[in-house]
Design a protein around this ligand. Structure first.
Ligand SMILES: Nc1ncnc2c1ncn2[C@@H]1O[C@H](COP(=O)(O)OP(=O)(O)OP(=O)(O)O)[C@@H](O)[C@H]1O
Length: 210
């Protein structure tokens, strides 16, 4: 079953097309790793799929409320503790138990610590644990392992594998090897926009959503 279907997609940033002619499907139980050098458009593509900016052209089909997006920012409330952050998101997403998320990213011992007092890697672990309490099947992940040590990358890979085993899916922009041999690779190089193409939307349109 396809959870996201993308056809003829073009996306732009700062008024310039970065990717065009992109087609792919992401199915239940599937992970796709986005590859491409700096500036290839991985973040721009994820932002577009997450609904943070419009496509220039093309079709994106997915179920409503099926996507959870984890971008470069951890999206934490600094004054709230680890537990309170997850409870906040749990309340937003219908109240799932936060204990599995705490355990998955090894946060149980840090449960009472305010988010502002966490290290960068601990903040990132909390940001990723948040995905579990969304209950959403499609995870769009932009450089999810930044600041994580090797052990935490392995924890994250296990969390991801469990998500896939439960029928979830993930599209992941990363420059590192996540240790997920089952993940497919989508290289964005062939979809790099040719320079000088006319924009279908005014330049800068998308930056209202930055
Ligand atoms: N806020 C912005 N305003 C204008 N242009 C931007 C903005 N952010 C990124 N860009 C440009 O858009 C293009 C695509 O950037 P994007 O961040 O999507 O690439 P990326 O593949 O995620 O790169 P990286 O691997 O460095 O994270 C780049 O040429 C970049 O310079």
């Amino acid at each position: 079953m396809s959870l996201i279907s993308v056809r003829g997609l073009a996306v732009a940033r700062g008024g310039l097309r970065v990717i065009e002619g992109l087609d792919f499907e992401l199915g239940a139980g599937q992970a796709i790793v986005l590859r491409g050098p700096n500036g290839a458009g991985k973040t721009t593509l994820l932002r577009c799929l997450a609904g943070l900016q419009p496509a220039v052209t093309g079709r994106i089909e997915c179920q409503s409320d099926s996507i959870a997006y984890a971008g470069h920012a951890d999206g934490l409330k600094p004054a709230l503790t680890v537990t309170e952050n997850l409870e906040f998101w749990s309340a937003v997403f219908g109240g799932p138990d936060i204990a599995p998320a705490l355990a998955a990213m090894n946060l149980t011992d840090l449960a009472a610590r305010p988010a502002h007092a966490l290290s960068a890697g601990q903040k990132r672990r909390l940001g990723l644990a948040r995905l579990m309490v969304t209950g959403r099947p499609v995870w769009l992940l932009d450089e999810p392992t930044v600041s994580l040590d090797q052990g935490s990358v392995a924890l994250f890979a296990t969390m991801l594998r469990d998500h896939l085993a439960q029928g979830g899916a993930a599209l992941i922009a990363t420059h590192i090897d996540l240790g997920l041999p089952e993940a497919q690779v989508l290289d964005l190089a062939p979809y790099r926009a040719r320079p000088g193409l006319r924009q279908d939307r005014p330049a800068g349109f998308n930056e209202a959503f930055a």
